[in-house]
Design a binder for this molecule. Sequence first.
Ligand code: FES
Length: 206
Amino acid sequence: MSETEPLASVRAPEDPSRRRLLGAATGVVGAVGVGAAAWPFLATLRPSDKAKVIGAPVEVYIGTLEPGQITRVQWRGQTIGIMRRTENMLAQLPSLTDRLRDPESDIPQQPAYAQNEYRSLRPDILVVNMHCTHLGCIPRVIPEVGAQPFDENWKGGFFCPCHRSMFDLAGRVYTGVPAVLNLLVPPYSFSDEEHVVIGINPEGVA
Ligand code: FES
């Protein structure tokens, strides 16, 4: 992890034990619930400082993220979802291959460390850009398996209500929908077992 980059720290949904603020105080921005308070502060910064802060990595506490739960944070103006997937959720993924446009993530739109069956560093933790790859709406998260009005064989995933694109629980896009790309995976890493850092690749990855 870079020593020089300011790093925002957020707790999602709640960090009872740690209050980590890494980097300079100017790094506190870009997280859910923090943005509004940060604007007066940002207004006092010079343009170059603002750019640095807005682009800062964001650390997210996931220690209390329940199995099946998703939390959202803001990073570089994008909504990033972090989901803790259950064994059952992961078990659904291989069954969907025939219905997906890019099941093996062959299109190079994610970091190499997320080009695997789960599209993630850790199978249980999905980190994905929540903006639909069609026109940028935020899809609904529907993790339950079962018939839906838009798909009678729904295996859980993300459904975009704007033009009815569907993505599975790895963010892989279905065939026959307006979106043609899987949900993007941002650069990220784990600073420890319970913290995800959005915006920084794992050590040793450029
Ligand atoms: S923006 Fe999601 S389907 Fe069009």
